[in-house]
Design a protein. Sequence first.
Length: 253
Amino acid sequence: MKKLLCLITLIIGLGTFSTVQAKKVTWVKAQGEASFPILMYHSIDNVPGNGLCVPKEQLEEEMAWLHKNDYYTLTPKQAIRVLTKNEVPKDKKIVWITFDDGYANNYTVALPILKKYKLKATVNMITSSINTNGMLTTDQIKKMQKTKLISFESHTVRHVDLRTLTPEQQDNEAVDSKRTLQKDFGINSRSYCYPAGRYNDYSKVAAKNAGYKVALTTQPGWAKASDGLYDLKRVRIPAQMTLDSFIESVAYK
């Protein structure tokens, strides 16, 4: 009986291993320069008149479409691989889903949808807002990390217009936010997101000196290395965007 149970356990284990292996992707050199959409979301809530608040139903529809159409969702590390090595997952349409600021509804509303469709996403976190009203708590961030679906990257400490800061202040925003993510959550932040897309030439220097490999803007378009690793474009997803418009923004030609 014990031998039979061991055999059954082994078969189940092998089956699980095979399933995991089947999901592994093969990375290959891109034909030409790799380019892909980085989706930009913020709060997932229904707030009439606020274009940054995408209703739950809209997010569900968009994530369902990505899942149905077999999009491969990138982690920050994978996105950086695409941009710095010009390598892509073989035979995959790729997309990087990002949520700016770190709203609590990214946990209560967005996470269940992402889990439902097994899609990965990145939260660009304002570190000084952690544990403040309406924003993610330390506990929520740790729970999101445990899902293996959500990554966290830096969106500065205070979310201020970087153009108004001295070089030293800009350095502090880049370094201190990175340090907080490392100290409190064990995150080696590789990506830096400029607050409201407002930055200057020194912002790129500060990001690079702090150890970030890439930085995200709010400039419209698909990301590609030739635009500059610290000037990456994104696709803004506004409230009430039609599904047809969403598809047009992310569809590979």
